[in-house]
Design a protein around this ligand. Structure first.
Ligand code: PMP
Length: 388
């Protein structure tokens, strides 16, 4: 084996963010405050058996897609799934990608053109940033959820002398932010975009399955027709894998021709497609709405407990399943996460540079299957650790 380059060793020394990788088996012994499996669907055997059952009924016995969707990999289940996604999310068209990461880099790298402007929330997910970086558009970040700042930046970009309409302007946000768990004022944002003729793109990764009736925040607020594109992902509350871009038929055709992460990657295997189909059936079932109710009770109890334990000033307020407790400093937050793991709780530290230095945090993901005793237990230990 050849040497590992010194330069890379130095970078690794500086970062060392990944030494918190725990095996799944270890994580399984701990109480889950870390996975995105908000409703327990990823580990629900019914979903697994229902998707296997669908494959059996349809006499599908292939394990792999065999090639890109543009070659031989466009399994007939894709068409069925994309039609269901259109009905489910009230979209004109849906295009399934292999993951949310692939959907975002495919969408942003292909749609944004040289001289276009893109304004993105400063806390936007890395996959969107990467997609923007792969394009030749000019990008500007705006202060997190601050529409006043966004307005100023758009206005400035139009002045002076720049011809309105000479370039296309895009605005990008998430309906639930992955690290802070909070949400932008989407209705006001769509109005602002309308006023300036901007195209709005919203990533709904952490909203799907949990917010509203499980179909995302935009649909819940009847704003689905006010955006250029929605990105929905299936690896979180939907308990499986993959993602889709929802938008117009023209957008779908465009992406099919230009999104390189779709064109140059092997398609999803039939079992994944069947699972996504069945997960969408589950998410509107009585069982799922009970799970959402129980999740809501748990987030309410968590908020009550952080108040009782005097932790409220550290925790970012949110209506989602995510609660971030700010504990500045990579070393300290990692140490406290370890103390919680030793006591049986899996709460992951989020370190800089994934988040800005000084905002390192413990990111609690709450679930329908957490118990109030577990929530009380983890917060009691956290409060004691913070006193030290
Ligand atoms: N968008 C957001 C907001 C995310 O949080 C994530 C996952 N961390 C992704 C996209 C990527 O999705 P996937 O895990 O399916 O690649």
């Amino acid at each position: 084996m050849t040497d590992f380059p010194d330069k890379l060793n130095k970078l690794l020394e500086q970062r060392k963010a990944e030494d918190s990788l725990r095996s799944l088996e270890t994580a399984k012994r701990l109480v889950d405050f870390s996975s995105n499996d908000y409703l327990g669907l990823a580990r629900n055997p019914n979903l697994f058996h229902q998707s296997s059952g669908l494959l059996e009924t349809m006499k599908i016995e292939e394990s792999g897609a065999t090639a890109s969707r543009l070659l031989s990999g466009n399994h007939r289940l894709y068409q069925e799934l994309e039609s269901l996604l259109c009905r489910f999310y009230k979209a004109e068209a849906a295009l399934v990608f292999n993951s949310g990461y692939d959907a975002n880099i495919g969408l942003f790298s292909s749609v944004l053109q040289r001289n276009d402007l893109v304004f993105f929330d400063e806390l936007i997910h890395a996959s969107i940033r990467d997609g923007i970086m792969m394009s030749h558009a000019k990008s500007y970040k705006f202060t997190h959820n601050d529409l006043q700042d966004l307005r100023q930046k758009i206005t400035r970009s139009l002045n002076p002398g720049s011809k309105k309409g000479a370039h296309t302007i895009y605005v990008v946000t998430e309906s639930v932010f992955s690290m802070d768990g909070d949400s932008p004022a989407l209705s006001e944002l769509t109005e602002l975009c309308q006023e300036f003729g901007c195209y709005l793109i919203v990533d709904e990764a952490h909203a799907i399955g949990v917010m509203g009736t499980g179909r995302g925040v935009l649909l819940h607020q009847s704003l689905e027709n006010k955006v250029f594109a929605r990105v929905v992902t299936f690896g979180k509350a939907m308990g499986c894998h993959g993602a889709a871009v929802l938008g117009s038929g023209s957008l779908k055709s465009y992406l099919t021709n230009f999104a390189r992460s779709l064109i140059y990657s092997t398609g999803l295997p039939p079992h994944s497609l069947a699972t996504i189909l069945k997960a969408h059936e589950f998410i509107v079932s009585k069982e799922a709405s009970e799970a959402r109710k129980s999740l809501l009770e748990n987030t309410g109890f968590f908020d009550q407990q952080i108040k009782a334990k005097d932790l409220r000033a550290r925790v970012i307020p949110s209506d989602s399943a995510i609660r971030s407790c700010i504990i500045p400093g990579n070393k300290r937050v990692r140490q406290i996460s370890k103390e919680l793991a030793d006591a049986g709780f899996d709460v992951r530290p989020i370190l800089s540079p994934t988040v800005a230095a000084g905002t390192e945090r413990l990111r609690f993901c709450l679930h329908s299957y957490n118990t109030q005793a577990e929530i009380n237990g983890v917060l009691t230990i956290l409060a004691a650790a913070l006193q030290k």
